[in-house]
Ligand binder design. Structure first.
Ligand code: ATP
Length: 205
């Protein structure tokens, strides 16, 4: 289980973005997170994945804090995949740095073999997003924070991506936090939903 316990965080002194926010995600569970632009959803996602350190509270995976080296078991997938890759590495190296997916696994996420020899700038945003989702599924990964990952995809590719991710998550009992402004998407994918506003997390029933 991934447990965020009483997290508080601010970028600017005196302006709390998160105040005593707690959230638990079980293995295999899909949790949705909505909230106005700037409410702090990505910040919460980054705290869960260890990209940021809370000023108060902690993030516990099973019974331990997140590891500081090796494969990060909680992967944050940002809306803009170009932020998450080395622009000077070809796609094959970007993937291989994390793990080596089989041809069938590439196919499931629509990652074409001829993309592997290209640099990230030679893929569309949606194509690079699919590479990043696949890369995040390295062995050892337990939870994903999917931060607006399907926004730049056409509707058919969106459905395919979520189907592939659902299947993988079921097979591996991955827990997923889906961050989105799309209420219908969150309702469809998630068994539990929360709304973030005024530094607080409220469950949606
Ligand atoms: N590194 C930073 N330094 C200072 N302020 C930051 C930093 N990163 C984010 N912020 C600010 O923190 C607030 C929350 O940002 P965050 O990206 O978490 O919001 P969000 O809810 O994910 O928004 P959106 O829905 O627009 O993606 C915003 O006001 C943003 O400008």
């Amino acid at each position: 289980m991934l447990n965020a316990h009483q997290l508080s965080f601010q970028f600017t002194a005196g302006v709390p973005l998160l105040q005593n926010v707690s959230l638990a995600i079980e293995a295999g569970q899909w949790v949705g997170l909505s909230g106005d632009s700037g409410a702090g959803k990505s910040t919460l996602g980054k705290l869960l994945a260890g990209y940021l350190t809370p000023h108060k509270g902690n993030v516990i995976l099973d019974n331990a804090t997140l590891p500081t080296s090796g494969v990060q078991p909680v992967q944050w997938l940002p809306q803009s995949p170009e932020l998450a890759v080395n622009p000077r590495w070809r796609v094959a190296k970007i993937l291989r740095e994390a793990w080596t997916p089989s041809e069938a696994q590439c196919q499931a996420f629509g990652v074409q073999p001829h993309w592997l020899s290209r640099f990230p700038h030679a893929l569309s945003g949606g194509e690079l997003q699919r590479v990043c989702v696949l890369r995040a599924l390295a062995p050892g990964v337990r939870f994903l924070v999917a931060d607006e990952i399907s926004t730049m995809l056409d509707p058919i590719t969106q459905v395919e991506l979520w189907q592939a991710l659902k299947q993988k998550a079921e097979q591996r009992r991955l827990g997923v936090l889906v961050i989105s402004h799309d209420t219908a998407l969150l309702k469809r994918l998630c068994t539990q939903r929360y709304h973030l506003s005024n530094a607080q997390l409220t469950p949606i029933s």
